[in-house]
Design a protein around this ligand. Sequence first.
Ligand code: FRU
Length: 539
Amino acid sequence: NLTGTHGPERPLAHLTPTTGWMNDPNGLFYDNETATYHAYYQYNPNDNVWDLPLFWGHASSKNLVTWEDHGVALEPMDDESGAFSGSIVIDRNNTSGFFDNSTLPGQRIVALYTENSNVSESQFAAYSLDGGYTFDYYEHNPVLDINSTQFRDPKVFWHDETERWIMTLALSQEYKIQIYTSENLTSWEFKSNFSHHGILGYQYECPGLAKVPVIHDSPSNVTLHGNNSTMNATAQTNSSSVDHKWVMFISINPGAPMGGSFNEYFIGDFDGETFTAQDAATRVVDHGKDFYAMQTFSDAPNNDVLGIAWASNWDYAAYVPTEDYRSSMSLVRNLTLRPYSPNPETTEFTLYSEPILNYTQLNTNQSMHKTSLELNSEESVSYRLGKSPQGLLEFSLEWKVNSSALTSKHEFADMSLYFQGAEDDDEYLRLGYEQNAAAFFLDRGNSEVDFVNENPFFNNRVSQNIEIYKIAEDGLPIFKVRGIIDRNIIELFFNDGSSTSTNLFFLSEENYIGTVEISSGVDNVYTILDFDVKQLSVK
Ligand code: FRU
């Protein structure tokens, strides 16, 4: 078992490599025959920093909480090369000719990935006859080569409408996402470029095109106040009544607005050859510092669009203070498009993300639930969160803001949550909302860990615009955030997931969060309507 066994800092419910270095998620697919999720990843087993030769590591999970390690799945051609990022598809109809009847249609696994050397980046195919554990390399590789050294990260899917395979990949430094089609996964025909969209940064990487379900009811219309139904394991999508829009995901690095790496997306239409964005907007997948190279699963149950990102940032990934391994993935997220109102004049679709937390695999060791708590500046309230915390907790917070109670422009009108270490409460995560900015903040800088204090790219404070979740009966706005904290990563989901923020944080070893203190700089502005915290552990 790969999680939770190698030292106090390792997340419990997030995928990490046993040893060595990990970056992008690759080849994500669901095997319906065995009800197993497979995740591969950029892997250097020889060191805990990125280096050549670079491999695909492999892990699998039945529950998306615990992952089983399977070591190296794909190798590069030689020690100076890398098996760079790519994807896996299930070739049910054996279009590739790699299979015969001895392989179940649902296990005809083909990987398409970039073979990187110092003279070229070309696309290779490999296939598995044993459910994704070992691979054979296609004998006529490469399957696509345009004589470029900056041409990578193929993401392939089956397009029902045109009955063809579609590949998106990045002609990285020309800012082109190229679209190719194929009948057989081995010969590919160029169709179009999606070029110079969004924030460009230094280069484009890891694109992906997905047909994302559109849900016309916004979650706040279907979720009653105080009802914790969004704490369920999966999104409440009603697959019979959904339609779809196409979404193009692009990763850029370096050059993100908040530094280093980030993911952007475009909503639009895809006709089998060309992706056309519906408008000129660049949208942000996750507003945190640590969410990159998101990829979606092939063949996910119910046609859900499930994504995982690498939860780090190239600006500092090699220096994060873990020992025998580096990096974790985000939780798996269920992605949908739903209406939201960023401001009073506009309602439009945005990408909603809902984390998949499978409670059958988790113990709730302690839970705390508070309602109707009016905050004032004189006293803070503090709650101890269980006896021996393990560093894994989940919370959900709904608050109401009465801005007419603001009396001075000089007061920092915050509502703050201090999640404090159980061993040493000088170390804490602070997060909250401030009414004058009408924005949410997270401060991960209150730590004694050298890396946090010394690495100049590991900025401590991030902030987040957040729209009104709903209006209370008394006319006041309500906001909501759900958070999952797992040892050194916090994932925040605002207003049922209309925006998210994923960030690493580091407190001293074994100083797991044990107390939460709630305070405000002002009187009678904030009412906590509902605050639910659970200390969890993995079964
Ligand atoms: C993105 C990336 C990809 C490449 C891989 C190499 O993080 O640079 O473009 O395939 O990492 O590890």
